[in-house]
Design a protein around this ligand. Structure first.
Ligand code: ATP
Ligand code: SF4
Ligand code: MG
Length: 330
């Protein structure tokens, strides 16, 4: 399948000069047309920074310090996101890529009805649409995300958290984007809701044909709903594979640790073991493989040499990559 978004050697720093910390390190990631790509990793691994980076929405002091992001529209020439003017970027963000951020459901304006907020998005981006057509479109969007059209007259506080999140997805789909990025909150309480939302997105994706980048700490969700999974650690992608392959046969010890952190995924009723130790401090990244201080399988080269992400020599699969000295790459 063709790529819709290509992230190449992307670096994102917070701060400048010797104060800078690198939160995204040399990330290469491709989102293919029509696929759901899941991005997982512990808190602080750089998932949100990557999402903000590719849409150039990084809050200061965040800044892209290297690499490129290429968008491939359904027809026409590829577009270099880094080269867009602010006006082009605004258009790109709604019309081509929509992003629903962590805690987005709280970003609906409490003093305005759902209808006002949906109609505002349509009015701002489809100025030639008639008022009647906009209203019809707003009703259609709500129905699309499984909310009855009479909810247009509700205020945000009259909706449940799940409904508000679905309204946000409806807004994100308003201009029929090619890419939807969802950055989900990391609280365990929201897992039931995340499940609903992701299930719904996958279904909509089948009908509307957009691509999804879904960010979560919950690998079990991704195993179930996504086509491919990328695992992030300390700002880097350490493994990427089709969801089934990652689940069946993860190669990176960190992926293994994450999979074993979910009792529902591997075997019945076990303690949430997690991974001993804590994520690396960006100000003092370990040398070599940044996972080595926590890795149960660390050996000779791990403490001094950085493993590069690549297709493993072992096996025949060419559609997966890993960055670990246990799996020499081609
Ligand atoms: P979570 O699962 O908690 O959402 P995440 O994977 O999305 O985590 P990020 O929010 O991208 O992680 O953060 C990546 C790293 O960048 C963290 O170490 C964080 O401390 C750092 N960071 C994030 N925002 C800033 C900022 N505004 N200034 C400095 N450092 C930041
Ligand atoms: Fe563990 Fe070494 Fe692989 Fe890093 S490179 S994950 S330390 S075995
Ligand atoms: Mg985040």
């Amino acid at each position: 399948t063709r790529p819709v978004l290509e992230i190449k050697n992307l670096n994102v720093d917070y701060g400048l000069g010797d104060q800078a910390v690198r939160a995204v390190r040399d990330v290469n990631l491709t989102l293919h047309r029509g696929e759901v790509l899941g991005l997982a990793g512990e808190s602080g691994s750089g998932k949100s920074t990557l999402a903000y980076g590719v849409t150039r929405l990084l809050p200061p002091p965040g800044a892209i310090s290297g690499g490129s992001v290429i968008y491939h529209p359904p027809s026409g020439e590829p577009i270099d996101i880094m080269a867009l003017s602010p006006a082009q970027l605004r258009r790109f963000r709604w019309a081509e890529t929509s992003i629903v951020f962590q805690g987005a459901m709280n970003s609906l304006n409490p003093v305005h009805k759902v209808s006002t907020q949906l109609l505002d998005v349509l009015a701002a981006h489809e100025p030639t649409m008639s008022a009647a057509a906009r209203l019809a479109r707003a009703r259609e969007l709500l129905k699309l995300v499984g909310i009855s059209a009479d909810r247009l007259e509700s205020y945000p506080h009259q909706l449940s958290g799940g409904m508000r999140q679905r309204v946000m997805i409806g807004m994100a789909l308003a201009l029929e984007p090619q890419i939807v990025i969802m950055d989900e909150p990391t609280t365990a309480l929201d897992v039931v809701m995340q499940r609903q939302i992701l299930g719904q997105l996958v279904e909509l994706r089948e009908r509307l044909g957009f691509s999804v980048l879904f960010i979560t700490h919950d690998l079990s969700l991704l195993v179930e709903f996504s086509d491919r999974i990328a695992i992030m650690y300390g700002g880097r992608i350490v493994e990427e594979a089709p969801a089934a392959a990652l689940y069946r046969d993860s190669l990176h010890p960190y992926s293994e640790g994450l999979l074993n952190s979910f009792p529902a995924l591997r075997g019945p009723r076990r303690e949430l073991s997690g991974i001993p130790g804590s994520p690396p401090d960006l100000r003092g990244m370990p040398t070599g493989c940044s996972f080595h201080p926590r890795c149960p399988k660390a050996f000779d080269p791990c403490g001094t040499e950085i493993p590069v992400l690549g297709v493993p020599k072992e096996g025949t699969a060419v559609d997966r990559t890993v960055a670990c000295w246990l799996h020499p790459v081609r």
